[in-house]
Design a protein around this ligand. Structure first.
Ligand code: MN
Length: 353
């Protein structure tokens, strides 16, 4: 079934006459259009792609199922004029701004506006085989960059230099860009789960956490490895072993039918039993695709059930303030029986001398 057909089936059960799609990942997913501006209006028998002068040719080439409509200064007026018979319009309330909502209300005065962002978001969570191939390639590029960065890292380099080198090698290997602002956090900074690369120099005896990924033909990868500069002491080794055991337990738990909450609990238990429960303050993972963070998540609050074709991260961590932290993140594909680990970079503790 085509993506548009799947959306229309959902629209029927929601009793929507039309759906307005504005989130860039959803717009790309449904239409194929990769431009930075535009919106989709989908009814049961028509599909419009509204975009501005800059993208008219590109839109026509990339989105053959859509009728391309040029927008000018009043995009929502143009939008409302396309179909006067819409009584119920679904839209993405998690993306539309307050200003845009005002314009929607103004132009769709007789239409009921219903926010249902999950309509397209959920379609995206089970990946098609062609999407999985692109994700595999994005992961392969990140894996290769890891073996390369191991040759590059040495005491005295800044986190920013290391992050730049990672990005450079991934772009050279065909990535269109980084999938987010890379985290390169060393020493005390590794206690910050989202310590974006800074001008701090890496020092002997420190942990260095690298959390990074590539975009390949629109699809993201996300991987974290923690290495040690010089021989680890006993505490560092114990910390690392605990996180690695939690990562393995999380991966072992991933299978269809389990909720994100259940998988999270399987990994979290190991960290709690080791006495570090309060230092693992984030969820175990998230889905990845056209966006770096998608649903469902693996977290204590996630009730959604895993299905074959979903791609999730398993990324437990322990962060000790003023000391440092460890996180190990893999991407896994949910299969009929369990899961397949996509990331291949080694995860036994790597010591850089
Ligand atoms: Mn992640």
């Amino acid at each position: 079934m085509s993506r548009l057909t799947k959306l229309r089936t959902k629209m029927t059960s929601e009793k929507f006459d039309a759906f307005l799609c504005m989130r860039p990942e959803n717009r790309r997913y449904l239409s194929g259009f990769t431009g930075s501006a535009g919106m989709l209006l989908i009814t049961q028998d028509q599909a419009f792609l509204l975009t501005d002068f800059r993208y008219l040719e590109q839109a026509a080439a990339q989105a053959p199922e859509f009728q391309v409509v040029k927008i000018g200064n009043e995009p929502f007026k143009t939008l409302a004029e396309l179909d006067q018979g819409i009584e119920v319009l679904g839209f993405e309330g998690d993306f539309v701004t307050f200003e845009e909502y005002g314009k929607l209300e103004q132009n769709f005065a007789r239409t009921r506006l219903v926010s249902r962002p999950e309509l397209v978001n959920h379609l995206r969570s089970v990946k098609e085989p062609s999407e999985i191939e692109l994700i595999r390639e994005a992961v392969r590029i990140a894996d290769d960059a890891f073996s390369e960065i191991l040759q590059f890292i040495s005491v005295g380099q800044t986190e920013a230099e290391i992050a730049l080198h990672l990005e450079f090698s991934m772009r050279q290997a065909g990535a269109s860009g980084p999938s987010f602002d890379f985290i390169a956090a060393s020493g005390w900074r590794s206690a910050m789960p989202h310590g974006v690369a800074s001008s701090k120099k890496v020092q002997q005896g420190e942990f260095l956490t690298l959390d990074y990924g590539a975009i390949y033909q629109g699809y993201c990868s996300d991987i974290t490895r923690t290495v040690c500069l010089g021989e680890p002491d006993e505490k560092q080794r114990a910390l690392y072993d605990t996180v690695l055991a939690a990562n393995r337990a999380g991966i072992a738990a991933v299978r269809p039918g389990l909720t994100g909450k259940e998988v999270d609990a399987a990994a979290r238990k190991l960290i709690e039993d080791a006495g570090y429960g309060e230092y693992f303050g984030h969820g175990l993972g998230h889905s990845v695709g056209l966006a770096i963070h998608e649903g469902p998540n693996l977290s204590p609050r996630e009730e959604r059930v895993l299905e074959p074709g979903m791609v999730v991260t398993v990324e437990p961590g322990i962060y000790l303030p003023d000391y440092g932290g460890v996180r190990i993140e893999d991407m896994v594909l949910v299969t009929e029986q369990g899961c397949e680990v996509l990331t291949k970079a080694p995860k036994d503790l790597i010591i850089i001398n």
